[in-house]
Design a protein around this ligand. Structure first.
Ligand SMILES: [Zn+2]
Length: 214
């Protein structure tokens, strides 16, 4: 069995968004998940650990989660940018990715690869399974890294004692609840969730605390 990966959280202001850098000791590359609005912090950290990204993954296309895509791709053009198939249009649409409504329009390079439910991403010595959990945004995915315990990079679906907003123009609260209930709360209780904002949590903790989704 492989040892657990290293996981570093880098917080970008002004939305306190979590970027995750994930890497294995025995490799010289890493995954960068949801590069936020302060990409220089991510680039500095990659230099510090002497790793280059094998891939850049987005859980969804909201501005605070894709704001660093351009800088990452500029520094590492060979690293594919990966996002859910139904979410890809948000990358290049400043209204849909909510940056224009917040008064700072940004766009990202286009995706190099789009993924759907059940697809496996094999990069940086890891296999991530794609799970579609739409509702916060139309094509939101979470990435499951199996291990002991399993780990989920969850974006804005499930937070520590909270869930993602579903009051945006293309949100759907019913779908969000359904996805959390059917796809996440059915996972083992010790599964660690690394959310897009705030501290990590576990599926077991959230199942107990969140009556809304039961
Ligand atoms: Zn979001």
């Amino acid at each position: 069995m492989q040892p657990p990966p290293n996981i570093e959280t880098i917080v970008s202001m002004p939305f306190a968004e979590n970027t995750y850098v994930v890497w294995r000791d025995d490799r010289d590359d890493a995954l960068v998940i949801d590069p936020g609005l302060q990409p220089e912090l991510i680039l500095d950290f990659l230099a510090e650990i002497r790793r280059k990204p094998a891939a850049i993954l987005n859980t969804h296309g909201h501005a605070d989660h894709i704001g660093g895509n351009q800088a990452m791709k500029a520094a590492f053009p060979d690293a594919p940018l990966i996002i859910g198939a139904n979410e890809a249009p948000l990358l290049t649409d400043a209204d849909a990715n909510l940056s224009a409504p917040f008064g700072m329009p940004i766009v990202s390079p286009m995706a190099d690869r789009t993924v759907r439910e059940g697809e496996i991403i094999e990069e940086a010595g890891m296999q991530l399974e794609v799970i579609e959990v739409p509702g916060h945004s139309p094509g939101h995915v979470v990435y499951l890294l199996r291990g002991n315990p399993d780990r989920i990079f969850g974006g804005d679906v499930l937070f520590r004692e909270g869930i993602g907003r579903f009051d945006f123009p293309n949100s759907d609260g019913r779908l969000l609840f359904l996805g959390i209930r059917q796809k996440l709360f059915t996972m083992p209780g010790d599964t660690i969730v690394y959310p897009g904002h705030g501290e990590p949590t576990t599926i077991g903790h959230e199942r107990k605390k969140q009556s809304l989704c039961r």
